[in-house]
Each structure stands twice: as C-alpha cells, then as structure tokens.
Ligand binder design. Structure first.
Ligand SMILES: Nc1ncnc2c1ncn2[C@@H]1O[C@H](COP(=O)(O)OP(=O)(O)O)[C@@H](O)[C@H]1O
Ligand SMILES: O=P(O)(O)OC[C@H](O)CO
Length: 495
C-alpha cells in the first residue's frame, strides 16, 4: 500500500495540491491562482477548464517535487469551494458555460420568486438552508434557462451538473464517474439532508431534471481512480472545503467548532447525528458522512472575510502584500470610530440580505488609511462574532474555545481581536492546511492508512492560543457601533 496521501484543495482563489505522509508531514505543496471573471456587477464566474487544468497541473507538480511515484500514493482526497456550479456536455466533456461561483448574485430574482411561491419553509426544513442565491439550485436553473437547448439536453441526460468536486472526479476518471459527496450535495438547495436524496418539490420548482444530477456518495470511500504514468491512484475522500476543515481540525464530537478565515469566513459546529434547526439565521448542513453515519453541523457563512484585505490591497492599493495589513493596523490604537461593513456581495449569515452593500462609516477629518485598514480587519472579527452570537442563541451555550485556520488566521492582530471581541480562546493549530488535511484524513481512512478518528485526534497540535483580555464595557461599546454600521448597509440596492 502507498505511503502517501494526496489532497487536492480546489479553493475560490487557487487550485492547490498537497502531499502528506502518514504522520501528516507535508512533503510538498503546489498551487496555481485562478482567474476570476466579473462579467456584470455582482456576478462572479470562473472557467471550468482552468479549474481543471490548474488542479491537474498542481497534482502532477507536487508528485514531481516530492519525487513520489503514483504507485506510492494510497489515495486522493478532494476538497473544494462549495456551491460553485458547473454544467457540462456528457458526450464532449466540455462545459456549456463558465462556472457560476458561489459569490455570484445573478439569481437573486429567482430566489425572490421561490419565496413568493411560499417555498421558504420547505427549503429551510428540507435542505437546512435559507433561500439565497449563494447555493447551487438557482444557478443551475439560470444556466438551463440561458444556454440554448440546455434544458432539453439535460432532460435526455446529455448535460450533467456538478459542484467542483463532481467536475474534478469526472475529469480525473476520464468521464467515467459522475458523483458528489453528501457534504457538497447539502449545499445545492435541492438536496434533502434528512432523507439523503434530491428533493422533487425543489427540482420541480426550479425545473431541474433529475437525470443531470450526480449520485450522492459518502465522504470517505473509493469512488474511482486516476490513471497516471507510474500507476493508478484511488480517489477515496471528498468533502466541501468547510466540512473538510471541520474534519481536519478533528472536530469529531458534538459541540466541537472551527472557523476558517479564507476569502469568506465559515464557522461550523458539529452537532452530531442531530440536525439542529437554527432559529437565528444559521444553516443546518451535513458535517460529514462516514462509516454509515451522517453527522450534521450548524454553519454560519460570511461572504467577505479575508477578501476585504485583498480589496484594500488590489482596489484601494493601500499596501502591496496582505500581511502588511497587520503592520498598519498596529500603527493606530483603535479605528478612531470608523467601521467598514464589507457587504460587497450582500450579507450572509445571520442577516441573509442579498441587497445589502458595503459601507464605510464614522469618517472624520482625522481618519487615516491606518484607521480604515484596522476597521477592515476588525470587520472580519465582528462578522465572525455575529455568527458566534447566533450559535450561542441556537445551542444555549457560548463557545469557550474555537479552532481556527485559513489564510487570514496568520494575522495575529485579527486573532487577538477575535478573542477579545468574542470573549473566547482562539486555538491556532501547527498545521494550518486543515482543509487539505481533512481531505487527506478522509482518503486515508478509506484506504487503511489510518483506522479510526481517535488515532487522528492524537495528531492535532496547537501552535498559538489567544486568550481574551478586553474590558467588558469596551467590548459592548464596540459591538453596539458595529450593529449600528451593519444597520446602515442593509437593504441598500433597490429591488
Ligand atoms: N497575513 C494575512 N493577513 C490578513 N489576511 C490575509 C493574510 N494572508 C492571506 N490573507 C487573506 O486570506 C485570504 C486567502 O486565504 P485562503 O485560506 O488561501 O483562501 P481561499 O481558500 O478562500 O482561497 C485572502 O482573501 C487574503 O486576503
Ligand atoms: O474557497 P473558500 O475557502 O473561500 O471556500 C468557499 C466556500 O466553500 C463557499 O461556501
């Protein structure tokens, strides 16, 4: 049996491949940036062929860099940006349109119609989600409505739908396998997370033919294999990136939670085999499906997290490297009363307002670039704090500690501010590649590299702990300013 496990981490901004050994040491990482297309205001697309080619290149390069033969790799685990929707022609293998990315708002009016038709309650109960353009269902409908002849072909089973995991498995297996896993299916808004099947009411409401949908598998099993010069590698694990991170952080028990600070921020809490319905704007989703058991999770999704730092860097040109944000934020003692609400693509949990837009408020003649940079960083923590508050209301208990990961979790100013504003200990692990690690664990469990989750639990190591130290009055005052600022950004776009 192979000694290594290969994780393919197809994220919003890049396609990465990471090679681990069975002691979870990282042997090599390769990464390619992805081009983002913004064809209209609020629309976001990617080229599925670029998703594939960058991911495939990263996979080959990582094996070459570590000088490892495919025959020494026990399995591949795939983890991916979720909800992003791809339709392709089964016969030619060519996408029929660019991928519609999860952040894209083009289907807001389709969502409005579902709500007007009285389907909100059904969506909530069946899929665990709230009606929003974020999820795949309305994106599929848009593509079927706008690409000529697509619906008829889809009815004949000639057009296939997949989230990014399905697309990659299809390509990796040479067009032989059309599947997804339960965690990805749970993000489509057409999947019944209790019956574990596509939901006919929603398929009918969105006019989506069943014939185009992938078969839904567990998150850890052998689905097929990749044939490479030097050997075949089984594809043995799949999970949406946030669920993979929850697994990679070894949040295996009910009550365990993690937050990922990537492009967006995603807070997930394992709720065990109980699907806990949120009364406070969180989502119910499938946490993982493994060994015949489905574990559920409560999730809060923030659309713009680390991306606000990118915006300051690329659009405002305030600095040239993301890591400079921490330096500038430390130059001022506070934001001078400035708040930035980065509702660039609306607001996700717990507000769910597709028509909210960003606002920068509290400016005075004394406001400097440093104040705005600090306000941007703090906005990431405030948004995560809103999720923690909703989670506390739903479960009746405040989290005393939170495991963190993702690109922006490198930022120590942000981590300390999160700890202070949320009055919660933040635990940053040694291995911050937890998304890839989760995919690696799923593939390793399916191929016998590891035998149990307990074995994996022993491997988790803490790197830094951030303990809260903010005075309660100050915290309350800052939070009330944030709530006021969010109020100004809600329902901004005329609709
Ligand atoms: N040192 C840093 N300080 C603050 N933000 C950062 C830092 N490094 C990266 N980021 C932010 O983190 C995000 C990338 O994180 P990553 O986990 O790689 O994202 P994704 O998986 O969404 O592609 C970017 O939006 C970037 O602006
Ligand atoms: O690519 P990421 O890490 O920003 O994650 C995207 C999420 O899966 C969207 O739901």
């Amino acid at each position: 049996m192979g000694k290594y496990i290969l994780a393919l981490d197809q994220g919003t901004t890049s396609s990465r491949a990471i090679l681990f050994d069975s002691e979870q040491n990282i042997l090599a990482i390769r990464q390619h940036e992805l081009t983002q297309h913004y064809p209209h205001e609020g629309w976001v697309e990617q080229d599925p062929m670029e998703i594939w080619s960058t991911q495939y290149a990263a996979m080959l390069e990582v094996l070459a860099a570590a000088d490892v033969s495919p025959s020494d790799v026990a399995g591949i685990g795939i983890t991916n940006q979720r909800e992003t929707t791809i339709l392709w022609d089964k016969n030619t293998g060519r996408p029929i349109h660019n991928a519609i990315v999860w952040q894209c708002r083009r289907t807001a009016d389709i969502v409005d119609r579902l709500v007007q038709d009285g389907l909100s309650g059904h969506i909530r109960r069946t899929t665990g989600l709230v009606p929003d353009a974020y999820f795949s269902g309305t994106k599929i409908k848009w593509l079927l409505d706008h690409v000529e002849g697509a619906r008829e072909k889809a009815e004949r089973g000639e057009i296939l739908f997949g989230t990014v995991d399905s697309w990659l498995v299809w390509k990796l297996t040479g067009g032989k396998v059309h599947i997804t896993d339960a965690t990805n299916a749970a993000r489509t808004m057409i999947f019944d997370i209790h019956r574990l099947d596509w939901d006919d009411t929603l398929l009918e409401a969105l006019d989506i033919p069943r014939a185009m949908l992938p078969r839904v598998c567990s998150s850890s099993e052998v689905y097929g294999s990749v044939s490479l010069p030097g050997g075949n590698i089984p594809i043995a694990g799949i999970a949406g990136d946030q669920q993979a991170a929850l697994f990679g952080q070894t949040c295996f028990a009910a009550g365990d939670a993690k937050n990922t600070y990537g492009t967006g921020c995603f807070l997930l809490m394992n709720t065990g085999t109980t699907a806990c319905e949120s009364k406070n704007g969180l989502l119910t989703t499938i946490g993982i499906q493994i060994s015949g058991e489905t574990q559920y999770a409560l999730e809060g999704s923030v659309f713009v997290g680390g991306a606000v730092i990118q915006w300051l860097r690329d659009e405002m040109r305030f600095f040239s490297e993301s890591r400079d944000a921490e330096y500038y934020a430390g130059k001022v003692k506070d934001t001078g009363g400035v708040y930035l609400v980065p509702a660039f693509t609306g607001l996700g949990a717990p507000h769910w307002d597709m028509y909210a837009r960003g606002c920068l408020i509290g400016l005075t003649r004394g406001t400097t670039r440093e104040h705005i940079i600090r306000a941007a960083q703090e906005s990431i923590a405030y948004q995560v704090n809103d999720l923690l508050t909703a989670m506390k209301r739903d479960t009746g208990t405040a989290l005393s500690s939170l495991s963190v990961d993702g690109g922006a979790s490198r930022d120590s100013f942000l981590m300390q501010f999160q700890s202070d504003i949320s009055d919660c200990t933040i635990r940053r692990p040694v291995i911050r590649e937890t998304t890839a690690l989760g995919a690696c664990y799923l593939a390793g469990l399916a191929t016998g590299v590891w035998h149990s989750r307990e074995e994996l639990k022993q491997l988790w190591r803490c790197d830094t702990l951030y303990a809260p130290s903010m005075d309660e009055n100050k915290r309350r005052k800052l939070l009330s300013g944030w709530d006021k600022a969010v109020g100004r950004s809600l329902d901004w776009v005329e609709h």
